[in-house]
Design a protein. Structure first.
Length: 181
């Protein structure tokens, strides 16, 4: 009784392929015997993102922090050594619109060792802030010209309004400011 080593041929690329193992032996009487074994290598299941968030529309006050990356996990639910798992973070690209609304796009991409990509895109539409409104505007007044009323005072009467300016928007928040006009 004895043993001989196998000769392997074939190739595995991108986690798949075929190996062929061949054993050959010739006994003392010159009689050859051969055995061939084919091993087909298939890739592990492709990973997928775990509970990927859906796109959404939010109010200005509930806008996410644009500087904070959001992490999303992925897995193929395999067991070692076929487990593919990890996390991918994304910081959004921000599109600011003339009406003060925004579109935040989070793109997550991952390519496993088998060169299989997975992607997820979440879009957050941020509504523009509420329209400015007058607070306690002066009421109409009727005066008689002989009433010693200062008409110039009407021109300098200040009224407080709430006004939104993109220059004062905090990341992820809609900041309103009181301004006298």
């Amino acid at each position: 009784m004895g043993s001989v080593p196998a000769v392997r041929s074939g190739d595995v690329t991108d986690c798949q392929g075929v190996y062929t193992y061949t054993w050959e032996f010739t006994d003392d009487c010159g009689r050859p015997i051969t055995h061939t074994r084919t091993v087909t290598v298939v890739p592990p299941p492709t990973a997928a993102f775990v509970n990927p968030p859906a796109s959404e529309t939010v109010s200005c006050e509930n806008a996410p922090d644009e500087t904070a990356p959001i992490v999303l996990s992925y897995t193929n639910n395999g067991v070692i050594p076929c487990l593919i798992a990890g996390d991918v973070s994304a910081t959004p690209t921000v599109q600011e619109n003339p009406d003060c609304s925004k579109v935040l796009t989070y793109l997550r991409e991952y390519t496993d060792n088998c060169n299989r990509p997975i992607t997820h895109t979440k879009v957050v539409n941020v509504d523009p802030p509420l329209i400015a409104q007058w607070i306690n505007p002066p009421a109409n007044t009727t005066v008689q010209s002989q009433d010693d009323f200062d008409f110039d005072e009407l021109q300098i009467y200040f009224i407080t309004i709430i006004r939104h300016s993109m220059a004062v928007v905090s990341w992820g928040q809609c900041q309103l400011l009181d301004q006298e006009m």
